[in-house]
Design a protein around this ligand. Structure first.
Ligand SMILES: *[C@@H]1O[C@H](CO)[C@@H](O)[C@H](O)[C@H]1NC(C)=O
Ligand SMILES: *[C@@H]1O[C@H](CO)[C@@H](O)[C@H](O)[C@H]1NC(C)=O
Length: 353
């Protein structure tokens, strides 16, 4: 036997695996994003709200040190997920005038920082309500059909990976801040109210052609630096009540996902398991290479975000990689990357075929 009989086999293996790889990557032609600041790549830049982040030090670890309107020093989870599917490494915001449909055809973000499922939440800081995100998506569909033709557009819209991430603001910015919703709903009723809005949204999205959807529930919101800062009696530890509300909401969301996968023809939907890994990072920071978890990098790290997190603040940390949180409400790029790396194998397994 010749020594080299393995060469054609090796070649076959390589070409087979590379063609599998390419066909795998082609199966998700675009990533399409709805939600709040956890996934907003800059839509708030062009609306009249105080909730913005298109200035330094935001973006200082992004490509070119560029502030984009991401509430982060660098990239956010949809960027990492898009890259993992072989698409672009940063998803442009739909309202950003620097981009057009030729960019959006492979990825687009409709998210708006400060928004929630509840219309009343988006009104607090005058940001884009979720129903309006869907209106922009319908406009995007029309542009896409005009750009690539109806048939190709339908294929893109059907095979695209849709990401949804919101809900924190409904509790932290609305329910626990203003009396109106608290006078109308117990916290459990409010969870159910939000999940009913979530269900309606997903049914509409499915009706418009979406089939692959990953939805992220609530983070350990009692551990956000802003909430810790106000937990004076609890020695600035995480607020267990808020974390329990998040866990309960996420359990209910999982039930909704099962139901919608059953009800909606062709739907493939997953609830992204982000809570546990995020909680691990917060409670065992050194295992992930972090030094600080209770305070954010920006300024005093207790309450600053948006315009309060400014370039002129002398207290901002110099190395955000040591911090779990970038500002009082948002994780650093490094935290976003660890959470994304945790979710990506599941997303690839579920959606890349
Ligand atoms: C999108 O913008 C690019 C660069 O600005 C331009 O060359 C292109 O013609 C635009 N495409 C459409 C479809 O408007
Ligand atoms: C939210 O506002 C939109 C636009 O005004 C409206 O169509 C929708 O019914 C509202 N949703 C709820 C649950 O009130």
């Amino acid at each position: 036997m010749s020594c080299c009989s393995s060469t054609p086999l090796l070649w076959l293996f390589l070409s087979l695996s590379s063609s599998l790889f390419t066909s795998t990557r082609a199966e998700v032609p675009a990533v399409i994003v709805f939600g709040d600041s956890s996934v907003d790549s800059g839509n708030n830049n062009v609306i009249s709200t105080l909730l913005k982040s298109n200035f330094r030090p935001y973006g200082r670890d992004f490509y070119g040190g560029q502030p984009t309107g991401r509430f982060c020093n660098g990239r956010i989870p949809p960027d990492f997920i898009s890259e993992a599917f072989g698409l672009k490494p940063a998803i442009p915001a739909y309202l950003d005038p620097a981009y057009n449909i030729s960019d959006f055809a492979t990825g687009v973000c409709f998210a708006s920082a400060g928004t929630g499922y509840d219309n009343a939440t988006s009104k607090v800081l005058n940001v884009i309500p979720l129903w309006k995100e869907l209106e922009y998506y319908k406009e995007y569909q029309r542009q896409l059909r005009a750009y690539v033709g109806g048939k190709k557009a339908n294929l893109i819209l059907r095979e695209a990976l849709y990401l949804m991430s919101l809900g924190t603001n409904d509790f932290m910015e609305n329910y626990y801040t203003f009396p109106t919703r608290r006078s109308q709903f117990s916290v459990r009723q409010y969870q159910d109210f939000l999940l009913a809005l979530c269900e309606n949204f997903i049914r509409e999205l499915h009706g418009l052609g979406a089939r692959k959807l990953s939805i992220t529930g609530l983070p350990p919101m009692g551990c956000l630096p802003l909430e810790r800062a106000t937990n004076i009696l609890g020695q600035n530890d995480c607020v267990p009540e808020y974390n329990n509300v998040a866990l309960e909401f996420n359990r209910k969301l999982e039930g909704l996902v099962v139901k919608l996968n059953r009800d909606l023809p062709g739907m493939r939907m997953v609830s992204a398991p982000a809570y546990d890994i995020f909680y691990q990072i917060i409670t065992k920071p050194s295992q992930f290479g972090f030094e600080v978890t209770g305070l954010a990098c920006c300024s005093t790290g207790t309450f600053e975000m948006s315009y309060l997190c400014s370039e002129y603040n002398p207290l901002t940390c110099s190395d955000a990689n040591k911090y779990v949180f970038w500002d009082a409400f948002h994780p650093t790029q490094k935290t976003n990357k660890i959470i994304s790396d945790h979710l990506i194998p599941l997303l690839l397994a579920m959606f890349s075929h």
